[in-house]
Design a protein around this ligand. Sequence first.
Ligand SMILES: CC(C)(COP(=O)(O)OP(=O)(O)OC[C@H]1O[C@@H](n2cnc3c(N)ncnc32)[C@H](O)[C@@H]1OP(=O)(O)O)[C@@H](O)C(=O)NCCC(=O)NCCS
Length: 211
Amino acid sequence: MRHWPITDLELSTPDLVLRLPSDAELDALAQVAAEGVVPDGAVYFPQPWASAPPAERARNVVQNHWWARGDWARENWRLLLAVFRDGQVIGQQNLSARDFATTGEARTGFWLGRRFQGQSYGTQMRAAALALAFDGLDAAQVTSTAFADNTASRAVSRKFGYRPNGVHRIAVDGRPYDAHEEVVDSVSWRDHAQLLPVGMSGLTGCITYFR
Ligand SMILES: CC(C)(COP(=O)(O)OP(=O)(O)OC[C@H]1O[C@@H](n2cnc3c(N)ncnc32)[C@H](O)[C@@H]1OP(=O)(O)O)[C@@H](O)C(=O)NCCC(=O)NCCS
């Protein structure tokens, strides 16, 4: 899209392609969310969108994508990429930052439909986000926050050499959760970048949207 060149940005890993979804693909992504993201009763996000009833969960996904695009500013952006395997949408990878040009810090978040979890896709998604942040955008550090019992998310961070960066106690739906922040810097990324090859195209045309 000429006037929103982030649509040309595409990341690829051995099994996956990550890019902005069309509205039809966003609808498919929302359906994946409706079919389930977290086990019943589990709370893995500060905003409990994933444990909302299916229709609300799906609508949240759609609105969140539109909001992220509508609200985009170089000082405060949220890139929400749809994740495709063999052309089928299976989940979402986020990379976001405030004042990135000054701080060099970005954050990641990710989710997969339940039936796509535990097959190394999350690891590939994080590798793609880190490659974009460090190799594409020259980030200094990237953080990730996961609740204490989110074994899979924290295991992904461990693989890429993140170090603990503090625990915040936060309330979700009136209950306390320990949110573990972890951080990886560019030096540590270089030591782990060879874990997975990541392809990247279309960044040159939109890099000024990020920094
Ligand atoms: C978090 C998430 C994106 C990870 O993606 P994934 O594809 O399931 O993870 P992977 O298959 O790449 O596995 C990563 C590591 O976690 C481990 N792991 C995965 N699921 C696990 C589980 N349920 N229990 C324990 N370990 C688990 C894997 O063994 C792997 O480590 P290893 O390679 O050393 O064996 C995915 O599980 C998910 O969408 N979860 C629900 C939403 C969520 O929690 N999002 C993150 C919020 S912070």
